[in-house]
Design a protein around this ligand. Sequence first.
Ligand code: PXP
Length: 244
Amino acid sequence: MIKLGVNVDHVATVRQARLSIEPDPVRAAVLAELGGADGITIHLREDRRHIQDRDLFLLKETVKTRLNLEMACNEDVINIALKVKPDMCTLVPEKRQELTTEGGLDVIENFNLVKDTVSRLMDAGIEVSIFIDPDESQLEKATYTGAKFVELHTGAYADAKGGEKIKELKRLKSAAKIAKELGFIVNAGHGLDYYNIIDIVKIKEIYEVNIGHSIIARSIYVGIKEAVREMKDLICKHSLECKK
Ligand code: PXP
């Protein structure tokens, strides 16, 4: 069954709105794991707008499943990652003005920097994934970086409506197939929720989805454990393996 990584950045966003100590993403991660999360994801942004260094250090000590650190190819964050050694680093593009990650990493344009970052992290024993648009030429170029994982950007699919959504889903299906054929373990994420996840879990090449906003938003009403459990149940109910 497709694994579920839960992104707890949004808990830190609420905390940082008051520069307070709560809510704490470290506690949220414990509850997400109790609800069935297969991994915890955080993004240590260059501007530290939500997750702080302290969260990363504590999560490294407390996460029982797997810790995935989303990060830009930025020297400051690379050095922190090399020190903390999360289970996985997912390389993403980062712009200061954006509300959230806006697109996949352009591996073609930034090839040398991406390749160098991948090898530094992998040499330290960290698995590396590249967040990438569902685009064949980007995927092909990514094979030369040495990364073993890619995370397909599902944002365009999540935002599209009607016929455009069907087109974006086709694009994702085809990219997942190509990525698997190229030898990658294929993850997916961004903008996934309790409705649009249903078609994603039917893509057999996908190994893991990373979901943040929709789960943390639902947790305001039902609590984190329940919100994660509901997402896990949906993934199970609609995935091909569970139907056998
Ligand atoms: N995957 C990546 C690489 C991301 O940057 C994000 C957003 O932090 C997510 C997944 C989760 O996206 P969302 O919060 O929209 O579920």
